[in-house]
Write a protein that binds this ligand. Structure first.
Ligand code: SF4
Length: 685
């Protein structure tokens, strides 16, 4: 296009948790190109294919451009005006609240929404609706990270920064395939390994980084805790632990030492179905490293014992004195979506107020009540899976879903659909006619990250600015404006006119964000939390003086291996693992509508050659995959990336709804679904 570029906007990628800084070039009202920012503090001029083409979906033919409502469930959604849709939503929410009580309404917010939108959503739930039934999609991915890191260390975030990957001499990568799901991190790890760092990969799949690794522990899905305890066993028995650090700054070493006596490599090799040698070699490499770092993903968290997985993994860094010490490289959880960290930071959670202040803490709750000029209900609300259960039981009557396609993304789809159908009122915000929007009573057309103002927090706790490169299409509004509009129609003033106002208010009520404002971010650039002081930078590396626990010490966790919630058996002999592909983001609603990156136009069920041969199927063939909850037909790719007996599938395509299959089992601590293990039967069709 020979026409000149008329503007460039610096903003933050809205896809994965890396949070790359992107320069969005515009021609008039259209995005012309996106380039990675050379001075991007996280990405330093790098971006993956998703980020570089993260605008193709903006003008998709089926982009929603007006509110839709239906007056009865059997009728079609009809186009309507904003005034009518907002009035309808407000009237119905007020009616259900007044007739059935505030606890009959739930709000689900999203990592796709900015911090300010999440802040406003939880305030709307607590102040206007009067309920703590507010949760966000981190429930489905990294809730065990928040719980595990908080219990072990104090804060619900990673301990160090992306830059510390560059200094590590040994990288332990567990349950993550950053080459595809967090490509800029994947590239950074590759660079570091090529420069000489050792790499240990713990993953049931043979990923690109597993091929590059010094050791690949291809452990059976669900055996993480046993493997991490085996590594702790090796570190302790070989004396590769920092005894001074452990004595001064931790608790629980005696209990952990006693527990891991049972986790010798011989026993764990059987549990994890791996040879002993990789376990021993991984213990040696991690034990000899001067600057070890742990990077992990959803392969650790999305399990029935996901919180135990996080805590037993953190043990390894603590045993080496690799957290909270000079030059340490720490532990980094790779957040799946860009603002998973921020959505929880902002208190879109049923038990925590913004800044992780417990709802049950009277002083904290009173501070919010004073600033919000409204009492905050004291009892914790429902988590997302509990909301669906309550809807099916007739106790939850209205669900307000902001930016999530729960009918596609959440496990056990049939149960979710039954829950949605059981509600008297289903409201959603989306860019497109999603699976959830198709069954909603009210659909509000929402702006994308390229069309709105605010902030995201990335995987290393960095607040970064999100700026509108273009205006939303006519008829589309931001989540922020929609929530504020519904609140106003219910007679409430949420008190924040702009996203900047919301961030300022959040800084007043959440001490750990007190130093953060849009103005400061615009002037000085990104800030790590905690950032309690406007005159000081945020803390990029945590715990250099003390851990943020009650006693100031880190708590080693003596947690036993427990079997997963669902194991293969004679009827369902395979384990299905779900995950992502490089070119797609979650349910694919944006990336499938981006022509330049639609390199993967179909789902793929990866099967090991032995299993494929036994079934007589080849790449491109179709199989029926059946679990205890449903049946789906999927297209096969034969590859030895998966182990025999294990199949892997993405969840990006509505015509291949794999969550029809996935388990309703959840992490016992946090309610995070066990997406990574579903027992299935597979047969060719
Ligand atoms: Fe960066 Fe992730 Fe966006 Fe790719 S998807 S450009 S790695 S933030």
């Amino acid at each position: 296009d020979p026409r000149p570029i008329t503007g460039t906007t610096s903003t933050t990628c809205g896809y994965c948790g890396v949070g790359c800084t992107l320069n969005v070039q515009t021609r008039g009202a259209e995005v012309a190109a996106i380039t990675p920012a050379l001075d991007g503090p996280v990405n330093r001029g790098h971006a993956c294919v998703k980020g570089r083409f993260a605008h193709g979906f903006l003008r998709a033919d089926d982009r929603l451009d007006t509110p839709l409502t239906r007056s009865d469930r059997s009728g079609p959604l009809r186009r309507t005006t904003w005034a009518e849709a907002i009035g309808y939503a407000a009237d119905e929410l007020a009616r259900i609240r007044d007739r059935h009580g505030a606890q009959s309404i739930g709000v689900i917010c999203s990592a796709r929404a900015t911090n300010e939108e999440n802040y406003l959503a939880q305030k709307f739930a607590r102040v206007v609706l009067g309920t703590n039934n507010i949760d966000n999609c981190s429930r489905l991915c990294h809730a065990p990270s928040a719980a595990g890191l908080t219990r072990s260390l104090g804060f619900a975030g990673g301990t160090n920064t992306m830059d510390d990957i560059d200094r590590a001499d040994c990288i332990l990568l567990a349950g993550a395939n950053p080459t595809e799901a967090h490509p800029v991190v994947g590239a950074r790890i590759t660079q570091r390994v090529l420069a000489g760092a050792k790499l240990i990969v713990i993953d049931p799949r043979r990923t690109g980084l597993a091929d590059l690794a010094d050791v690949h522990i291809q452990a059976r899905p669900g055996s993480n805790v046993a493997v991490f305890n085996a590594l702790a066993h090796l570190l302790i028995t070989h004396g590769c632990i920092d005894r001074d650090f452990l004595a001064e700054r931790t608790t629980g070493l005696t209990e952990l030492t006693e527990l891991v006596k049972d986790y010798h490599p011989g026993r764990v090799a059987d549990i994890a179905d791996v040879p002993q040698n990789p376990l021993r070699e991984a213990g040696r490499l991690f034990g000899e490293a001067q600057r070890p770092i742990i990077v992990y993903g959803l392969g650790v968290t999305e399990h029935m014992h996901g919180t135990d997985g996080v805590r037993t993994l953190v043990n390894l860094a603590l045993l080496r004195g690799a957290i909270g010490t000079d030059g340490c490289c720490g532990v980094l959880p790779l957040r799946g979506q860009n603002n998973v960290q921020g959505a929880s930071d902002m208190g879109a959670l049923p038990d925590l107020l913004p800044g992780y202040q417990p709802l049950t803490n009277d002083a904290a709750r009173n501070r919010f009540s004073d600033v919000w000029n409204s009492p905050v209900p004291p009892h914790p609300g429902l988590r997302i899976p509990q909301m669906f259960d309550a809807a099916c039981a007739g106790e939850l009557r209205a669900l307000y879903v902001i930016g999530e396609d729960v009918a596609a993304s959440d496990p056990n789809t049939e149960h979710v659909r039954k829950a949605l159908a059981s509600c008297e009122l289903l409201i959603c915000h989306d860019l497109f006619p999603s699976e959830t929007a198709r069954v909603a009573d009210i659909v509000f057309p929402a702006a994308s990250f390229l069309e709105k103002d605010g902030t995201f927090v990335n995987f290393d706790r960095r607040f970064q600015r999100v700026r509108p490169a273009v205006a939303p299409p006519a008829g589309v509004r931001t989540d922020f404006d929609i929530i504020a509009g519904v609140a106003r129609a219910m007679g409430a003033d949420l008190g924040c006119v702009t996203p900047s106002d919301a961030m300022d208010e959040c800084a007043r009520v959440a001490p750990m964000f007190a130093g953060i404002s849009h103005r400061r971010l615009d002037l000085a650039g990104p800030l790590h939390w905690p950032c309690p002081d406007r005159g000081k930078p945020g803390q990029a590396v945590l715990y250099l003086e003390r851990f943020a626990t009650g006693d100031g010490r880190a708590h080693l966790a003596a947690r036993p291996y427990l079997p997963p919630g669902e194991a293969p058996d004679a009827d369902y002999p395979f384990v299905l693992v779900t995950g992502r592909r490089l070119t797609h983001y979650n349910t694919g609603s944006m990336t499938r509508r981006t022509p330049d990156i639609d390199l993967t136009p179909r789902e793929s069920l990866d099967l090991h050659p032995h299993d494929a041969a036994a079934m007589g199927v080849q790449t491109g063939g179709t199989v029926e995959v059946r679990s205890r909850r449903g049946t789906v037909c999927l297209t096969v790719t034969v590859t030895d990336d998966t182990a025999p007996g294990t199949a892997f599938c993405d969840f990006h395509f509505p015509h291949a709804p794999v969550n029809t299959l996935t388990s309703a089992r959840t992490d016992e601590d946090t309610g995070c679904p066990e997406y990574k293990i579903t027992a299935v039967a597979i047969r060719p069709v």
